[in-house]
Design a protein around this ligand. Structure first.
Ligand SMILES: Cc1cc2nc3c(=O)[nH]c(=O)nc-3n(C[C@H](O)[C@H](O)[C@H](O)COP(=O)(O)OP(=O)(O)OC[C@H]3O[C@@H](n4cnc5c(N)ncnc54)[C@H](O)[C@@H]3O)c2cc1C
Length: 379
């Protein structure tokens, strides 16, 4: 059995992107449990890039990902990875203070402008006068071509000599003197370093390896597609999102994507939508907009996985040689993938964070697994 440098568990956007980056200078095998990589969270997102979505650490990672997403290397893809789609944060009268506080954040202010209800209705005429009191517009956010980004990384991985195994569910992990011995499907693998990019299942992988879990919690999020109201052209609307993230509405290939922005804690699984969540999405969207939803064309749900501080977990597990985390990307794992992949690859190779990422405000302290561990006892 050939020993490889890095064994990456999980073929979603996290695993694919770090595997492709590492394969430039190391031997890498990528193990995916499903027949298709991208079956879980990566294939179920709302496909939005917004530099002002998420906490400060997420916003830094998103800013640091912008140049790759907007201008990917020619060899990576000849398709655009982004298409213009602004984001409009909505506030009712009771939410105006929250909107103003958010708009004043030093990294939010330069990317946005406050709009009056009248200005908001020029952008989206079906907004209800008796609901909206103000808005914050981020004009330079975008749609993301998630499939193209994910498959760009998988293509790059193969071109660099990486080996992808699908239908390869990791079922056992044993620590050996010189690395890890991993059972996946009917095969055994040996690697110096294990990279845990298993999405909602990352804590299960850790437990298999004898590493303490990080307290990752999977949350269900639901999406439904409905018709655009008769006589309305919605293609150029921004993504419309409640400032407290109670719902969002986004044009999607001639339809409207509605989400109640639910965060229902759940066990890792092939999560399915719940009718009540879909009804809540329709109700909240119809309170803010004249939509008159008659039927649901399609619906789905996916998992967003968080540790308590809602910041990704990237780095070696302290005290366990060769066990590396790339988990907890929550609702931001696509838009932060380029910066997270380069950060993870640098740290996995024992290097410092690249300077250009640090210049955007990315720090290793914010994402280190050690922040989730009890402080060492002082004696
Ligand atoms: C409804 C919704 C909307 C979202 N919208 C956005 C958005 O607009 N923008 C954005 O940036 N992000 C968004 N996200 C979040 C984004 O989808 C995730 O952060 C991202 O996909 C996480 O990628 P991942 O690779 O960590 O997880 P996954 O894609 O779930 O990949 C993990 C992989 O590990 C595999 N695996 C698990 N256990 C094993 C095992 N034992 N052996 C081998 N393989 C295993 C799984 O099969 C899976 O393929 C959204 C998510 C949802 C659900």
């Amino acid at each position: 059995m050939a020993k490889i440098d890095f064994l990456v568990v999980g073929g979603g956007i996290a695993g694919a992107s770090v595997a492709a980056t590492l394969a430039d200078e190391a031997s890498v095998t990528l193990l995916e449990a499903e027949e298709q990589p991208g079956y879980h969270s990566t294939g179920r997102s709302a496909a939005q890039f917004s530099e002002i979505y998420g906490n400060a650490a997420i916003r830094a990672l998103s800013r640091a990902s912008r140049s790759f997403l907007f201008d990917p290397p020619k060899a990576f893809t000849d398709q655009p990875l982004v298409r213009p789609r602004g984001t409009l944060f909505l506030a009712s009268e009771a939410q105006l203070d929250t909107l103003a506080a958010f708009a004043a954040l030093p990294d939010v202010a330069p990317a946005t402008q406050m709009l009056t209800p009248g200005e908001m209705k020029l952008i989206c005429p079906v907004l209800r006068d008796d609901y909206i009191a103000g808005g914050l517009h981020e004009p330079l956010s975008t749609d993301l071509e998630v499939h193209e980004l994910h498959h760009g990384y998988l293509r790059q991985f193969r071109q660099r000599g990486g080996i992808l195994r699908t239908d390869a569910r990791v079922s056992a992990i044993a620590r050996r003197a010189e690395g890890w011995r991993v059972t996946a499907g009917a095969e055994e693998y040996e690697a110096a370093t294990l990279i845990n990019a298993a999405g909602a299942w990352a804590d299960e992988i850790a437990i298999m390896a004898g590493v303490p879990p990080i307290g990752l919690q999977a949350h269900r999020r639901t999406a439904a597609l409905v018709a655009v109201p008769a006589g309305v052209v919605a293609d150029d609307w921004p993504l419309l999102i409640d400032i407290d993230e109670n719902f969002y509405v986004k044009p999607d290939a001639g339809l409207l994507l509605l989400s109640p922005a639910d965060e229902t804690p759940t066990e890792p699984c092939d999560v399915q939508p719940d009718d009540l969540d879909i009804a809540i999405a329709v109700h909240r969207a119809e309170e803010a907009m004249a939509l008159d939803v008659r039927s649901i064309k399609h619906s789905w749900a996916g998992l967003r996985n968080f540790v308590p501080d809602r910041t990704p977990v990237v780095g070696y597990e302290p005290g366990v040689e060769g066990f590396f985390w790339l988990a907890g990307q929550g609702g931001y794992g696509i838009q932060t993938a380029p910066a997270l992949a380069r950060t993870a690859a640098a740290l996995a190779l024992g290097r410092d964070l690249p300077d250009d990422l640090a210049a955007f405000g990315v720090t290793t302290a914010a994402i280190a697994p050690s922040r989730l561990r009890p402080p060492a006892s002082a004696h």
